[in-house]
Every structure is written in structure tokens, then in C-alpha cells.
Design a protein around this ligand. Structure first.
Ligand SMILES: C[S@@+](CC[C@H](N)C(=O)[O-])C[C@H]1O[C@@H](n2cnc3c(N)ncnc32)[C@H](O)[C@@H]1O
Length: 312
């Protein structure tokens, strides 16, 4: 027996929340709780969490992406339950909660990274498979695009980012070729970045239907994480998280990147040794075979949970 079930594969556009059952279990929600989803996306986690806290409960949802907020609003409104959404960075969670008059939440979930809608919309410039301007901002209303970032960053800092955020083995060669190429014209389209990465690796640009990891995948991941300051935002969230949780409150963080998982693990461990958390996940919770088979986005997911000290 392989342990795999015959759960049907989702259609490519269908949105499937990652590790939903595991998040539900980790948060142990009760009727009347206040729950925060600080990476609302399409409300794939938020809708079932809101239903779990019921009529007396409340959900607070944050997202950087105004389009995702609009979509999530529709999904949540259909429940008829109480929720408040904010176009905000989770690095500013204390302010977002204060605006709503909330001094702490009973549970919080963060499902890090990009959403399928962001990847699927060519114009957002996240995808190495879709020709577009190189934007990659989760919040298109502010900040520097990936094209502008690649114009300004030093070659040395770019090489470090490609290595640390992308685990890209050819980091130095890619940074070099980008630094040379931008002298003649900006690296401001997805296709130009793909072609420079392939040039640095000495391989042709792969044709459609390429079955293995795309040669530009790690570079795109690193540049996206730089543009959106993903490590910095996560570090800020983790630093003030205990102060945003009520006594006995619970948190679940899903990451897709080893550096992010390390930050979460270290922060939870330190929090436990300082007495801020009473319990933490000893090991990351991973998707089972059935989920991995049904939802390829879950392959690299790791969830860690922690419980704030005190009694709920
Ligand atoms: C993986 S998706 C979440 C999917 C969601 N759990 C669902 O099932 O529908 C991550 C979302 O978090 C948002 N996001 C990423 N970093 C953020 C941050 N620092 N603050 C607020 N939202 C953020 C992205 O815009 C994206 O919509």
C-alpha cells in the first residue's frame, strides 16, 4: 500500500488551502474566538476558520494585495458572519489590531508567500512562464518593482540574495550577467530575466512543457522575496506576535522556504525559553501523501505552531 488516496486532482485554477486540517487542529478554535488571518489570499483558510468561531466570533483578515482582498471579501460575506479586512502588511499587525479596537487575538494563521492569483496573472510579473513587465509587488500600490530593484542593487548584494533566498548554485554568474546587461538596457521584463539566467548557466531558454525545475525558478523566488521584503516582514511579525496573542492564544505559520522556516523555529524556541510560549511544535507539520498528490503547491509546505503562555 502506498498510503496515497484516490482524492481527485484539483483543476489548475481551483484554490486549495494548504494544510487546512492541520491548521484547524493547531488553532483549536472555540465559538466566540477572535481569529486573525494575516495572509488572507482568497480566504481559503479564513472561511473555514470564521465558520469555526461562529456568530459570536470574529475574523480579522490582512493582505498586501487589494485584488485578493476584494475576492476574499466576497467569499467571507457569503458566510453571513462577522469579519474585518485591512489592506495592510502583517509587519504592522499591532497597528491594524489597534485600529479595530482589538487588544489581542485567540488565534492567528500566516500562510506565507504568493497566492495562485498573483502567479497566474501575467501582468503581475511573478511568473517566469509568462512574458510581462518585471513587477512582482504583492502590493502594486507601493514600493519598488523587481525591474527597479534589479537596476539599483549592487552585484554583490544580488549574488548574496540569490544564494540565501534562492539557494541558486549559479548566484555569482547570474548577478554578474545582470550587472553587465543593465549597462545597456534595464532588466525589466520576465523574458529578459529568464534569458539572462539561462545565458549565465550556459543553457538555452527551455521550451514550454519543460518537465524539471525551471532554470529561472530560484532566481525569480529570490527576487520576489527581495522586492516584497519577505524575510524582514516575517521577522517583524514573529517579534511582536506574543504581544498580539491573548493568554493561551495559538498561532500557526506555514512557510515554503527553508530560511523562513528557520526564522519561525528559532523565534518559537526563544519564545518558549523566555516563557512567552507554553508549547511549540517540536517538528514541522508536513502535508501527507494525499495532499501532496492533490495539491502540488503543498509539496514544500511546513507548518509550525505555538501556544501563548497563560490560560484562555
Ligand atoms: C499563500 S497566499 C495565502 C492563501 C490563503 N491562505 C488562502 O488559502 O486563500 C499568501 C497571501 O499573503 C499575502 N501576503 C504576503 N506577505 C504579506 C504581508 N507581509 N502582509 C500581508 N499580506 C501578505 C499575499 O499577498 C497573498 O495574498
Amino acid at each position: 500500500m502506498s498510503g496515497r488516496t484516490s482524492r481527485p486532482r484539483p483543476k489548475s485554477r481551483e484554490h486549495v488551502p494548504v494544510l487546512l486540517e492541520e491548521v484547524r487542529e493547531a488553532l483549536a478554535l472555540r465559538r466566540g474566538d477572535i481569529v486573525a488571518d494575516v495572509t488572507l489570499g482568497l480566504a481559503g483558510h479564513a472561511v473555514p476558520l470564521l465558520k469555526a468561531v461562529g456568530k459570536r466570533g470574529r475574523l480579522v483578515g490582512l493582505d498586501l494585495d487589494p485584488e485578493n482582498l476584494t475576492q476574499a471579501q466576497l467569499e467571507l460575506a457569503a458566510t453571513g458572519l462577522r469579519f474585518d479586512l485591512q489592506h495592510a502588511n502583517f509587519a504592522g499587525l499591532p497597528r491594524a489590531l489597534a485600529t479595530l479596537g482589538i487588544d489581542g487575538v485567540d488565534a492567528l494563521v500566516a500562510d506565507l508567500g504568493v497566492s495562485s492569483t498573483q502567479i497566474d496573472q501575467a501582468a503581475r510579473g511573478f511568473s517566469y512562464l509568462r512574458p510581462a513587465r518585471l513587477d512582482m509587488r504583492m502590493d502594486p500600490t507601493r514600493g519598488r518593482t523587481a525591474g527597479a530593484l534589479l537596476d539599483e542593487i549592487t552585484e554583490a548584494n544580488l549574488a548574496t540574495a540569490l544564494r540565501e533566498l534562492g539557494d541558486e548554485p549559479d548566484a555569482a554568474a547570474i548577478a554578474r550577467i545582470i550587472a553587465m546587461a543593465r549597462l545597456s538596457r534595464p532588466v525589466d521584463t520576465t523574458s529578459r530575466l529568464v534569458s539572462l539566467v539561462c545565458q549565465a548557466k550556459g543553457i538555452p531558454v527551455p521550451s514550454r512543457g519543460w518537465g524539471r525545475l525551471h532554470p529561472a525558478a530560484l532566481t525569480f523566488q529570490a527576487v520576489r522575496m527581495l522586492v516584497n521584503r519577505e524575510m524582514e516582514n516575517l521577522a517583524a511579525l514573529l517579534a511582536f506576535l506574543p504581544s498580539c496573542l491573548r493568554p493561551g492564544g495559538r498561532v500557526a505559520v506555514i512557510s515554503f522556504h527553508s530560511g523562513e522556516d528557520r526564522l519561525v523555529k528559532t523565534s518559537f524556541k526563544e519564545g518558549r525559553s523566555q516563557g512567552l510560549y507554553s508549547k511549540i511544535a517540536e517538528d514541522p507539520v508536513l502535508p501527507g501523501d494525499a495532499e501532496q498528490e492533490a495539491n502540488p503547491r503543498s509539496w514544500s509546505a511546513r507548518m509550525r505552531w505555538a501556544v501563548r503562555s497563560g490560560v484562555r
